[in-house]
Design a binder for this molecule. Structure first.
Ligand SMILES: NC(=O)c1ccc[n+]([C@@H]2O[C@H](COP(=O)([O-])OP(=O)(O)OC[C@H]3O[C@@H](n4cnc5c(N)ncnc54)[C@H](O)[C@@H]3O)[C@@H](O)[C@H]2O)c1
Ligand SMILES: O=C(O)C[C@@H](O)C(=O)O
Ligand SMILES: [K+]
Ligand SMILES: [Mn+2]
Length: 353
């Protein structure tokens, strides 16, 4: 029996609604497999936890998580309780950084059973590799003075190692896909870091003569995601560009509620973390209508990570079948509830036993 230990952090808002549904699906996946079992350890770290303890997680929180094979997280943030930069940097960004999850991968593809808002979606299937440890997300800088003389400075940090490993990861992914990598740049406006990014991209590209390349400024690239997404295979992007681009990727699929993501530790020292692209969605929390597919598809990425590709692909296929049956939450035009969608996925999975 292959046993996988998973740390579970539902976090805030709809995270608390979609996480139990995804766990239910994973339990069923294990049953169908027969030789696989999950053990889930639950952590209540969230903005509610912050209100009680004045921190997002305990001092030894990372030590607790380190013992598991993976972290399965949903969403962090409740701006009514804790300012977003404090909640995110105290939990989500902290785990990404301390566990050296330097790569964030976020696929987007046209899904059967969902009407893309694009008139001609043309079967797009792409994956964004987001640099996940540096770039525009930096603590370097500060604020001085008050009133009309106030100044805020935020320094972006781009290291050769950081850019190289993200770009390399993209090329390696492309070799097992359709052999094309696009670089998201902005070297026309950002005069130091982006020409540097371009030069690292070009030098890595030389090592992969079999992979075709392109480079687009991020503004144009965002528009191409809308006008011709089918032309992209792998896209490599800095932390902020990747963040924004993957919300666009989610939007052209039909909803941010279905987009999955993985924060990958590539040196094997710490567990990787799996969490959907979406946040805690305070505007719909408590209504029972959050789309659970982002969290469930993220579970599929976790199965892939542990080498269970066949089972992962089956799960994605089942998700599409349920969507084609019209069992959908309101964000993608349906009338079903969160649990109706996950129950339908569970029921279909069980027929495979
Ligand atoms: N990785 C993360 O944990 C993460 C990601 C994004 C935002 N956040 C945090 O979440 C909070 C809300 O942020 P936001 O409003 O900018 O982004 P959001 O992703 O929470 O919501 C954006 C919009 O998408 C909708 N949406 C999101 N997930 C959905 C789902 N599963 N089903 C149906 N609709 C869904 C919401 O209702 C909202 O209208 C903030 O505190 C923010 O910092 C956290
Ligand atoms: O990384 C962030 O900025 C948080 C959130 O927007 C995300 O995409 O995970
Ligand atoms: K998330
Ligand atoms: Mn984001």
């Amino acid at each position: 029996m292959k046993k996988i230990d998973i740390s579970v952090i539902p976090g805030d808002g709809i995270g608390k609604e979609v996480m139990p549904e995804a766990l239910k699906v994973l339990e069923t996946v294990a049953e169908v497999h027969g030789g696989l079992s999950f053990s889930f350890k639950h952590y209540p770290w969230s903005c509610d936890y912050y209100i009680e303890h004045n921190k997002m997680m305990p001092e030894d929180g990372l030590d607790q998580l380190k013992e598991s094979d993976a972290v399965f997280l949903s969403a962090v943030g409740d701006p009514n309780l804790v300012p977003d930069h404090i909640s995110l940097w105290g939990l989500l960004v902290k785990i990404r950084r301390e566990f050296e999850q330097v790569i964030n991968i976020r696929p987007a593809k046209q899904m059967k059973g969902i009407q893309s808002p694009l008139v001609h979606p043309n079967d797009f299937d792409l994956i964004v590799v987001r640099e996940n440890s540096e770039g525009e997300y930096s603590e370097v800088g500060g604020r001085i003075h008050r009133g009309e003389d106030e100044v805020a400075i935020q320094n972006a940090v781009f290291t050769r190692k950081g850019v190289e490993r993200a770009v390399e990861y993209g090329f390696q992914l492309a070799q097992n896909r359709r052999g094309h990598v696009t670089s998201a740049t902005k070297s026309n406006g950002i005069v130091h870091s982006m020409p540097f990014w371009d030069s690292v991209f070009e030098s890595v590209a030389e090592k992969y003569p079999d992979v075709k390349t392109a480079s687009n400024h991020i503004d144009a690239l965002a528009s191409f995601f809308v006008t011709r997404p089918q032309e992209f295979d792998v896209i490599v992007a800095s932390n902020l560009f990747g963040d924004i681009l993957t919300d666009v990727g989610a939007a052209i699929m039909g909803s941010i509620g279905i987009a999955p993501a993985a924060n990958i530790n590539i040196n094997g020292k710490y567990p990787s973390m799996f969490e959907p692209v979406h946040g805690s969605a305070p505007d719909i929390y408590g209504k029972g209508i959050a789309n659970p597919i982002g969290q469930i598809w993220t579970g599929k990425m976790m199965l892939d990570h542990f080498g269970e590709h066949e089972l992962g692909n089956t799960l994605l296929q089942v998700i599409e079948e349920v969507l084609q049956d019209g069992i959908k939450t309101p964000d993608i035009g349906g009338t079903s509830s969160t649990t109706e969608v996950s129950d339908a996925i569970v029921t279909r999975l069980k027929t495979l036993k």
